[in-house]
Design a protein around this ligand. Structure first.
Ligand code: ADP
Ligand code: MG
Length: 553
């Protein structure tokens, strides 16, 4: 018998990444980086050693202080941001997609070493607040790394899925509180009989463990200035300052297990700064309170808008939820003891479960196609046979495969989308087609009218809200998603106010299909959103070839 097929879930994190697969019993398993340190997470750091040679992971992180010009940390924060100026090293341009692809490549390498099989089909996770262009950039990073990206999944959804599979309670409302290295996501999810429904998402893209590190860095810098009159922030003290950042992150982690620790500073003079947990909590209480405020607001909004009854379970995921202050504050606010749930591995495991469900579904479809059977009219026996065949490919029993196939996920939009229009006073506004938090798959239709007589075209500009608050009149908070204006022809010599219909359809994978029709002459246009990523398709191909020629260790 040939070897069972495997597909993978990858948590491409701001600070750490991980990869998992699902075994033949339906249990997700994390792979270890046996090429370096045997750990189950990989620091998301890339160091360009020479031309044709990059180092990814723990070794790159060690170099990041002395070789900061040739090192990339936290590149994820710049994914899909058109205003980011990529670094040039030895004549090569390192875009965020390219750097991320190097991390993915390294992950695929060690997974292959651990499992003795290549990594091809993957689901990659992104934060809940990622916009379409950031998601697209992530997909491109996967393509550049030579992976087949089955889908992109939101991190909290992934965490909830792995929790849902592990927990025996099949009916519960879960709040996922994900505080990572760079970002904070809070998501409310309902699990009902194998179905996972994302009720609402919120968070702050700039609030993560690094801000806690910064509080310590600022404190120690002040102490050192007072004691020795030396300012570590001066350019000439750059190395000492970067070194301090690493020591402060270590001190922060130490304070998770102990009540006091020392931070050493050396820059001309030497100094030992003692920090107690009490002091640390005081220095960072504003940050902690902000996570609570955002969670409180989200629960209130879900109660108001989505008839949420209450929260049954709170899951803490993300490395920064290990800080005791977080669990304490959450418990005080919500009155239930939160579960510190597999903070480093839950996301990759959930992604692996979704990858397997998608791959199984694809095999079932392939079987039907090969047999010339129409899925909609297939008999129970034919369906059973299809599941049996798909299960065999993955080395599973039919029971495990059927259970995995039965899981469904309903997701919500994290950003409002709409159409640019003109109001009665002739100023540009946005007609919101689908507000944020709308569940998809979904479909919506709205009627518009032409603004002037004899209008030749109606421009269909699809807009996505980029600001925290959806403001329909502040156009600057919105970004156009279709690169060219969709021009819908209008029949000649019509009066002002001729009707135009616009329809948005979003499929289960979040792909937006736009349809517009002039209802007088029945001209129509339709298009899928060509997302405005930072890289074009040709650039992806070029980058893919370049990555293929690199040695990655
Ligand atoms: P991301 O998903 O953003 O990459 P992670 O969920 O891996 O982030 O979390 C990384 C963050 O968690 C870092 O800021 C790190 O300092 C912090 N962290 C990891 N372990 C601990 C610990 N024991 N105590 C406090 N913070 C920790
Ligand atoms: Mg994470």
């Amino acid at each position: 018998m040939s070897e069972a097929k495997r597909v993978f879930g990858i948590d491409l994190g701001t600070t750490y990444s991980a990869i998992a697969y699902v075994d033949e019993h339906g249990i997700p398993v994390i792979l270890k980086n046996i090429l370096d340190d045997g750990m189950s997470v990989l620091p998301s750091v890339v160091y360009v050693e020479g031309s044709g040679n990059v180092v990814v992971g723990i070794e790159a992180k060690r170099n990041s202080v002395l070789e900061s010009e040739r090192t990339f940390s936290e590149i994820k924060r710049f994914m899909g941001k058109p205003d980011y100026a990529p670094k040039e090293i030895d004549g090569t341009t390192y875009t965020p997609e390219y750097v991320s692809s190097l991390i993915l490549k390294k992950i695929a390498q060690y997974a292959r070493a651990d499992l003795s099989m290549p990594v091809e089909d993957v689901v990659i996770t992104v934060p809940a607040y990622f916009s379409d262009s950031q998601i697209d950039a992530t997909r491109k990073a996967g393509l550049i790394a030579g992976l087949n990206v089955l889908n992109i999944l939101k991190e909290p959804t992934a965490a909830a899925i792995s929790y849902g599979v592990e927990s025996d309670n099949n009916n519960q409302t879960v709040m996922v509180f994900d505080l990572g290295g760079g970002t904070f996501d809070v998501t409310i999810i309902q699990i009902v009989d194998n179905n996972i429904r994302v009720v609402m998402t919120g968070g702050d893209a700039e609030l993560g463990g690094r801000r806690w590190d910064q509080s310590l860095v600022d404190y120690v810098t002040d102490q050192f200035r007072t004691e020795h009159g030396i300012d570590l922030c001066e350019d000439e003290n750059k190395e000492a300052y970067q070194d301090l950042w690493i020591r402060c992150e270590e001190a922060k982690k130490a304070l998770t297990n102990r009540t006091s620790t020392n931070i050493m500073v050396s820059c001309g003079e030497r100094m030992k700064v003692e920090v107690t947990r009490e002091l640390f909590d005081e220095l960072t209480s504003m940050l902690c309170q902000r996570t609570i405020q955002l969670s409180r607001d989200l629960v209130a909004r879900a109660k108001n808008e989505k008839n949420l009854a209450g929260i049954d379970v709170i899951l803490l995921v993300g490395g920064s939820t290990r800080m005791p202050q977080i669990g304490k504050a959450v418990q005080e606010e919500f009155g239930t003891e939160p579960k510190l749930y597999d903070p480093d591995e839950a996301v990759a495991k959930g992604a692996a479960l979704v990858a397997r469900k998608i791959a199984l579904g694809e095999e079932v479809e392939k079987y039907f196609k090969a047999q010339g059977i129409d899925v909609n009219t297939a008999t129970e026996a034919e369906k059973e046979q299809a599941v049996h065949q798909a299960a065999k490919i993955f080395g599973l029993s039919s029971g495990v495969a059927a259970r995995e196939l039965a899981t469904s996920i309903v997701n919500v939009l994290s950003h409002s989308i709409g159409i640019q229009a003109v109001d009665d006073d002739c100023s540009d506004i946005i007609a919101v087609m689908l507000p944020d938090q709308t569940e998809f798959p979904c479909e919506t239709t709205q009627q518009f009218r032409t603004v002037s007589a004899n209008q030749q075209f109606a421009e269909i500009k699809v807009m996505e809200n980029q600001a925290d608050i959806t403001d329909e009149r502040n156009i600057s908070g919105w970004k156009q998603l279709n690169p060219d204006t969709g021009e819908l022809p209008i029949p000649p010599s019509l009066q002002q106010g001729a009707p135009v219909l616009v329809q948005f359809t979003i499929d289960a994978n979040g792909k937006l299909h736009v349809y517009a029709e002039d209802q007088t002459g029945h001209n129509r246009i339709e298009f899928d959103i060509k997302l405005e990523g930072v890289m074009s398709e040709e650039e992806v191909e070029k980058a893919k070839a370049a990555v293929g020629a690199l040695a990655i260790s």
